[in-house]
Design a protein around this ligand. Structure first.
Ligand code: ZN
Length: 264
């Protein structure tokens, strides 16, 4: 079962140590930690616990935010952490508009330049960088790379060592999705994140649905990434203030496994 738990899914309930134990207990073989939880646990301890349970780190969340002031040091630290964790990739949430700016074109240029600065360091550390395009509703604050096509254009321009994380929540609506997944191909799809889009969506950031509870055609999207040659983990990433963060975390993991088997 190639299921991975993005720790954001149980971030209100569990520390990273608990999430590692939980994955092991439920037979979930992959984990994708967030860096705040990693810092709280301590990198060395986390590496040891993940190794002891033989989990695959399907991604480290996250680097990026290239339009923020301390972006370079922070991304260097993230690359180092991903290296220590032997993560499949470092996920990049690239950042939105700099404060006070309305210049989206310039922000996008700056992001591309910034990635080109850290990419050689990531290559040297053996850490693939995964640009995660975010839904356009988050262009101002979190990421102004919003489609797979845009992300792949950046990858094309920068060469080896960089690809994409395909998160169904962010890209399901894109009319070019199938062709862009094909364009990405096996080599550049570094992660596949699953959840669902609820109708109505009550919060722009923290109202993701469990697979099967929304309107994303998950089986079709899965067939596209698999046709492109992706054979990696399917990472459940659910930010859910009103629902899943309120539940018992063991129950959440059980439902994740069940839905993964039946609706994705
Ligand atoms: Zn994601």
């Amino acid at each position: 079962m190639k299921l991975s738990l993005n720790t954001a899914t149980v971030k209100k309930q569990w520390t990273l140590a608990q999430a590692i134990d939980g994955c092991a207990r439920h037979g979930i073989r992959g984990i994708s930690p967030w860096r705040d939880k990693l810092a709280e646990m301590g990198l060395k301890k986390a590496v040891a616990a993940i190794k002891a349970n033989d989990l695959t780190v399907t991604g480290l969340c996250r680097g990026g935010f290239f339009t923020a002031k301390d972006w370079l040091d922070d991304n260097r630290r993230a690359i180092e952490e991903a290296h220590e964790l032997e993560a499949d990739c470092l996920v990049l949430v690239v950042g939105g508009l700099p404060e006070g700016s309305k210049d989206l074109i310039k922000a996008r240029e700056r992001i591309k330049e910034s990635i080109s600065i850290i990419l050689p360091e990531a290559r040297a550390a053996g850490v693939p960088l995964a640009i995660e395009p975010l839904h356009p509703m988050q262009a101002a604050e979190r990421a102004c790379i919003n489609t797979l096509e845009q992300a792949l254009d950046v990858c094309d321009a920068l060469g080896e060592g960089i690809g994409v994380a395909v998160d169904v929540y962010h890209v399901w609506w894109d009319p070019k999705l199938e062709e862009q997944i094909r364009r990405a191909g096996r080599k550049r799809i570094l992660g596949y994140h699953i959840c669902d889009w609820l109708v109505p969506t009550r919060d722009l950031l923290n109202d993701r649905g469990m697979m099967g509870d929304g309107i994303i055609d998950l089986k079709r999207l899965r067939s596209w990434v698999e046709s492109a040659g992706y054979a990696g983990f399917h990472e459940v990433e659910i930010f859910s203030e009103l629902d899943w963060w309120q539940r018992d975390a063991d129950e959440v993991l059980k439902v994740c496994k069940d839905r993964f088997a039946t609706v994705t």
